[in-house]
Write a protein that binds this ligand. Structure first.
Ligand SMILES: O=C(O)c1ccc(O)c(O)c1
Ligand SMILES: [Mg+2]
Length: 630
């Protein structure tokens, strides 16, 4: 598989872009003309710079407003093209992208465009250059790859071919299967981009919101399957115009891009038989069977506060590690590990972030295959020396320097608790509260990181994403999107903070990076849970009475029911599928908290409508503790 990316997709000057692109593993680049024009080295030097990075120039672009011009502009356009061919020869580029005209003076006409391309093909041939014609979704006369193909077909020239771009095809909802009728050898180049499903002007959408395949909502896999079915075996190139990426880290955007191409082609290989593009082999996306454990790194003092909160939530100190200062706190099927050992990874994590979730254990069918897939997609494996009595559990690096461990049903791993821990007699004075499992884990990050982690989870694990929702914090916006598996045994919400004044932004700033901000436990009966919590001395987050007035207005609730919600501080949501109940702990440290939820019926959401009121309540709680938030 030959991979490339357009220089426009990456931040920085041309030299920085090339460095990041080469380091991420791409074979080549599309040189976007403006990146070259803004750079102060000659075409020859730029060509050399590209090759010194071990890359090749796969495409030079764009050449605009070429076809269908009346004279005298037509002659000028050919002159302009000749100048670009000379530049390309200097640079060592042999394919030029011509995008369909948007010129108000262009005349239109399929045969006129074909004749222009044929003539330009002759000129290009004298330079040993080929030209590829691309239909822009907003092209004046040509805005559909089927018309572009008809023009190329009629141009009938060995140096003239078609360029396909998934965005232009999919943004107009053109059926990608129409590509299957195009001969693969006349497709000179394929550009790939995804985008979130927005209803907006095509040009604006394309120039600002494209993202990597798999990060958006377009059927890039369907598009690429159709391309592969034509027998095309040329370059697959990312062309991503995105405002965030322009200001992002060149390195991580390039790494995400490379991952997205591997993920895309892995999906294509699994669904489209007999493709000619060689794709690296890797295990399939990994089904996750649930969350085996969540591990906190802490020091002894902070661990006391944290375990005191766990005790009021009905957890029991259940076991102690055989060789390390690590405890297991349990309730129902939930395992919370508290690691205060002054050595190793957890301690390092504590030193850099304070008390935080440093590790999550996921249940998978095959831990080794999980790591193999993650590694194939560029994730980093994690290992540390195994202490006495410990198992070697496969793991990778994840959000904010944390770790994901994988536990499967194999003989050793399935007995990890029995092997590494000694069970204790229950010395916890509090009552169990009916918490059964982890409903979801909420990870907080900068908004700019959201697509990275979305792609990370979706490409490695058999998961889907929900629609992005806006959560209003009094000091700014936080975007939230969930990654879920089909049966709901894995739900991770990604929360992207746009500034530092939001509760989420404060958490990132004070915790020195992204991480788990809350864990939601499931109960089968929230009102029974509330009774136990009360007996344990648990103080829920106080919610404004105004909220309950509005709940009543919206849903017309029974008075007793409404009073029960209100007196317990439970937030409530309802839709066509079912009901959702949410109870929050006060915040801990710099804004970490626990949530308790009950789902009734088929409710699949996360109570997005309540998030604003929960955050406002948490900020009141913060301020009451004298913490500086707005
Ligand atoms: O936005 C544009 O003008 C533009 C230019 C070249 C391309 O290949 C493209 O897909 C879009
Ligand atoms: Mg394009």
């Amino acid at each position: 598989m030959k991979t490339a990316i357009a220089t426009v997709s990456i931040a920085g000057d041309l030299a920085e872009k090339l460095g990041a692109i080469a380091a991420a593993g791409f074979d080549g680049v599309e040189i976007f003309e403006n990146d070259f024009l803004a750079f102060d080295r000659s075409p020859k030097e730029v060509g050399q710079l590209v090759r010194d990075h071990g890359l090749e120039i796969c495409l030079f672009q764009p050449f605009r407003d070429f076809e269908g011009m009346p004279e005298p502009q037509r002659s000028r356009t050919f002159e302009r093209a000749k100048r670009k061919f000379e530049l390309m020869r200097e640079m060592g580029a042999d394919l030029l992208l011509i995008c369909s005209s948007v010129s108000p003076i262009a005349l239109g006409g399929i045969d006129r465009a074909a004749a222009d391309l044929n003539e330009l093909g002759d000129l290009a041939a004298t330079f040993d250059i080929r030209i590829g014609y691309e239909a822009l979704a907003w092209g004046r006369f040509v805005n559909d790859h089927r018309d572009a193909w008809e023009i190329v077909r009629r141009a009938d020239h060995a140096h003239v071919g078609l360029i396909l771009d998934s965005f232009h095809t999919l943004s107009r909802k053109t059926d990608p299967d129409t590509i299957r009728a195009i001969p693969g050898d006349k497709i000179f180049f394929v550009q790939l981009a995804d985008a979130p499903a927005f209803n907006m002007d095509l040009l604006y959408w394309s120039r600002h919101f494209r993202n990597m395949p798999g990060e958006g909502d377009l059927d890039v896999t369907g598009f690429m399957r159709a391309v592969a079915a034509t027998g095309y075996d040329g370059v697959l190139s990312l062309e991503i115009f995105n405002d965030q990426f322009r200001g992002g880290s060149p390195k991580s955007i390039a790494v995400d891009g490379y991952r997205s191409l591997l993920y895309l082609m892995d999906q294509v290989r699994r669904t489209e038989p007999g493709i000619r593009i060689p794709v690296p082999d890797m295990p399939d996306r990994v089904p996750v069977g649930g969350i085996e454990f969540v591990e906190f790194a802490a020091d002894r003092r902070e661990a006391r506060d944290l375990t005191a909160m766990l005790a009021t939530l009905g957890f029991k100190r259940s076991a102690r590690h055989v060789s390390k200062e690590v405890e297991l706190w349990r309730q129902g099927g939930i395992n919370i590990v508290i690691n205060t050992d002054p050595r190793g990874f957890a301690h390092a994590s504590y030193l850099s972030h304070g008390t935080n979730v440093c590790d999550i254990g996921l249940k998978v069918a095959d831990a080794a295959a999980t790591v193999a897939r993650a590694e194939s997609l560029g994730a980093k494996t994690f290992e540390q020396p195994v202490g006495p009595g410990e198992l070697k559990i496969p793991a990778i690096r994840a959000l904010g320097g944390s770790v994901l461990h994988f536990i499967d049903g194999s003989k050793d791993l399935s007995r990890v608790w029995e092997t590494e821990f000694t069970y204790l007699n229950d010395d916890t004075a509090t009552r169990a509260a009916g918490l059964t499992r982890i409903d979801h884990i909420a990870e907080t990050m900068n908004y700019d990181e959201m697509l990275t982690w979305l792609l990370f989870y979706r490409s490695i694990f058999d998961t889907d994403k929900t629609a992005m929702v806006d959560v209003i914090d009094p000091a700014g916006l936080v975007r939230s999107q969930a990654i879920e598996n089909a049966d709901g045994t894995l739900r991770i919400t990604l929360n992207g903070a746009e500034n530092r004044k939001t509760l989420a932004g404060h958490f990132i700033q004070e915790g020195f990076g992204s991480g788990v901000q809350h864990i939601a436990f499931e109960t089968a009966d929230i009102f029974e849970t509330v009774k136990a919590l009360k007996a344990n001395g648990f103080k829920p987050l106080a919610i404004s009475p105004n909220y309950y007035d509005d709940l009543d207005a919206r849903f017309g609730l029974e008075e007793d029911f409404l009073n029960a919600l209100k007196s317990a501080g439970i937030l409530y949501d309802r839709d066509e599928t079912g009901e959702y109940f949410q109870l929050y702990s006060p915040t801990y440290g710099e804004g970490f908290f626990f949530e308790i939820v009950e789902r009734r019926g088929g409710y699949k959401g996360y109570g997005a409508a309540n998030a604003q009121f929960r955050i406002a309540a948490q900020k009141r709680h913060f301020r009451a503790k004298g913490m500086p938030v707005r």
